[in-house]
Every structure is written in structure tokens, then in C-alpha cells.
Ligand binder design. Structure first.
Ligand SMILES: [Zn+2]
Length: 199
């Protein structure tokens, strides 16, 4: 099964235990905010914080397991075709974030994309988990400063995850398009589509 996630939008997809989900940025440099829920209990979601405190790395690496907030393995990071350029620190963007940067009026966001995608499956989401941000370039400096250099993820970069339980995954093409000094997040020309494949 293949789904195109249009620029600035999100999609939810069920991935059964043992299946693989592959996420690709065909044009490159497009942040993919990733959320996952236990399909049997939406109160159990993938927690970036519980994951990195267990792997001792603030970036996910091939071979890592993504844990739920109950510290149970949900997905295995099987293959990294993006040279390790991922983030688990940046909260999902939301309307408040865009207003903080001076944007006037409604703006698409990963938080809203998550809620809309889950509503399409009949689920109401009240808490926005800390996402895993694939294809997002961040770095923690020696003095603790947190920076987001220009996104250098190449066209066609991808990740593959194997579901260790039945999960509902949500992938958002991050709509961030503001020219904020030091926080480019996506390609300079703006958000682009993502491809999600499940097999
Ligand atoms: Zn976003």
C-alpha cells in the first residue's frame, strides 16, 4: 500500500505487527513528523522522550527500538536512508508556534494534521505526543544550545520501521514555512510531499 502525504498535510495508517512502514521525502529536506499509537489502546503512544533516554541518543539510529510512554517496544528502526538526520526534541508545530513567530491568521500545523488524520479514523486526540521528526536537522551544542541548521536531507531519503505490535501511524508533512533565523526546518522553497509505503 502506498499513500502520498501532500505538502502541509498528514495521514494516518494502520501497520500490523511484522509489517514495515517506509517513509520517503522524494524532493528531500522535508520534515516528517511521526506519531504512533498502540492500535488496541490509543492511550499508549510512541514517546520520543522515553525512547532517547533508553537509547542514550537524542537522535534515532538504525537498530533502535521506539518505545511507548509505558516503555514498551512499538517499532524497530530497521533502515536509515537519511544519513542519521532526524530529531526527537522539537515539539510538533501548532497554531501557537506560528503566532509566536508573528504569523497572522490560521496556519496548517503538524498538531492539527495529527488530529484531523486520527479523526478520519474515528479517533479524538486530546494530547499531542512529542513526535519523532524524521528528516529534521537539529544539533545539541557542547554548551547545551539547541540549533537547527539548514535541512540537508537528500531527495529520495527514506526510513524503514518494522511494527512490533499493531500500530496506527501518523505522518505529517511539516507545514513550517516561516523565514525565522536559525529555524529553517524544511527546504527553502517550502514544504513538499512525503510517500508512505506499508508492506
Ligand atoms: Zn510541523
Amino acid at each position: 500500500m502506498e499513500i502520498i502525504v501532500p505538502p502541509r498535510e498528514g495521514r494516518a495508517i494502520k501497520v500490523l505487527c511484522g509489517q514495515n512502514i517506509r517513509i520517503t521525502t522524494p524532493k528531500g529536506a522535508q520534515a516528517a513528523d511521526f506519531f504512533a499509537y498502540n492500535a488496541e489502546n490509543l492511550g499508549e503512544w510512541l514517546s520520543a522522550n522515553h525512547t532517547w533516554v533508553t537509547t542514550f541518543c537524542v537522535r534515532p539510529r538504525a537498530g533502535d527500538e521506539f518505545l511507548s510512554r509505558f516503555r514498551r517496544p512499538m517499532l524497530h528502526f530497521t533502515e536509515d536512508g537519511a544519513e542519521g538526520v532526524h530529531d526527537m526534541m522539537i515539539a510538533a508545530c501548532d497554531q501557537f508556534r506560528y503566532e509566536f513567530f508573528g504569523h497572522k491568521g490560521p496556519h496548517a500545523s503538524c498538531s492539527e494534521n495529527l488530529c484531523v488524520a486520527m479523526r478520519r479514523l474515528g479517533h479524538q486526540i486530546d494530547v499531542i505526543p512529542q513526535p519523532v521528526n524524521f528528516f529534521t536537522h537539529t544539533r545539541v551544542e557542547a554548551d547545551g544550545r539547541f540549533v537547527s541548521p539548514p535541512n540537508r536531507v537528500k531527495p529520495g531519503a527514506y526510513v524503514v520501521l518494522e511494527a512490533l505490535i499493531d500500530v496506527i501511524c501518523v505522518v505529517s508533512s511539516c507545514p513550517f514555512d516561516l523565514a525565522v533565523d536559525g529555524w529553517t526546518i524544511n527546504a527553502a522553497q517550502g514544504p513538499s510531499e512525503l510517500i508512505v509505503e506499508v508492506n
